[in-house]
Ligand binder design. Sequence first.
Ligand SMILES: [Zn+2]
Length: 226
Amino acid sequence: MDDVFESMLAGNEQHARSFDDRFGGLQDGQRPEAVTVCCSDSRVLQDHMWGTDDPGHLFTCGNIGNRVVQRVDGDTVVSGDVLYPIAHTGTETVVVVGHTGCGAVTATYDHLTDGLEEPPGIEHCVDILAPALESGMENLPDGLDREGTINHLVEYNVDRQIEALEESDHVPDDTALVGVVYDFQDIYTDRRGEVHVINVDGETDPETLRESSPEIESRIRRLWTY
Ligand SMILES: [Zn+2]
């Protein structure tokens, strides 16, 4: 047996021991408070970043580049993974989580600048991200190095994902939409693992956000205002 999987199974044994009594109220259904859409990157810990490891709180979607959309018959629509908890479990909060140094954003940037090729499955993901990044690339501030460029585009991508949710007829208007960036590379602050709020219901201006949401004032921080 594969060594990696064997050690994963040992980890699951510990998990099962400590979670044995934590599914009591969840046997017959779930009512997650929020759906999170995170990059699949192994450094982005979907439940732990919110300090929660209890089942039932978060409906977690993961894909490369924290996309909320998919293509159906040539149209770009909000993905079923994101819509499911909104439509079926009463979830009214959606949080899109980008992260510093995102490989999917980097691959899309390289694809748009140098036409780099990827296997078809990755190309498909890159093709869905590309329209979200293209207009941002045209308006980047001058003088950014590659790292700065990617991290600006990470914010831009989160903004576009929130925009797609806002524009969808299938996401009720009163759904709370929040965009954040998870930083483990000391780009925003030196507190690794902190999320920085960059977008609330489509509003991206930090000053306006601090005025409208003073209770989270210290957590609102952007690299790029445009
Ligand atoms: Zn990523």
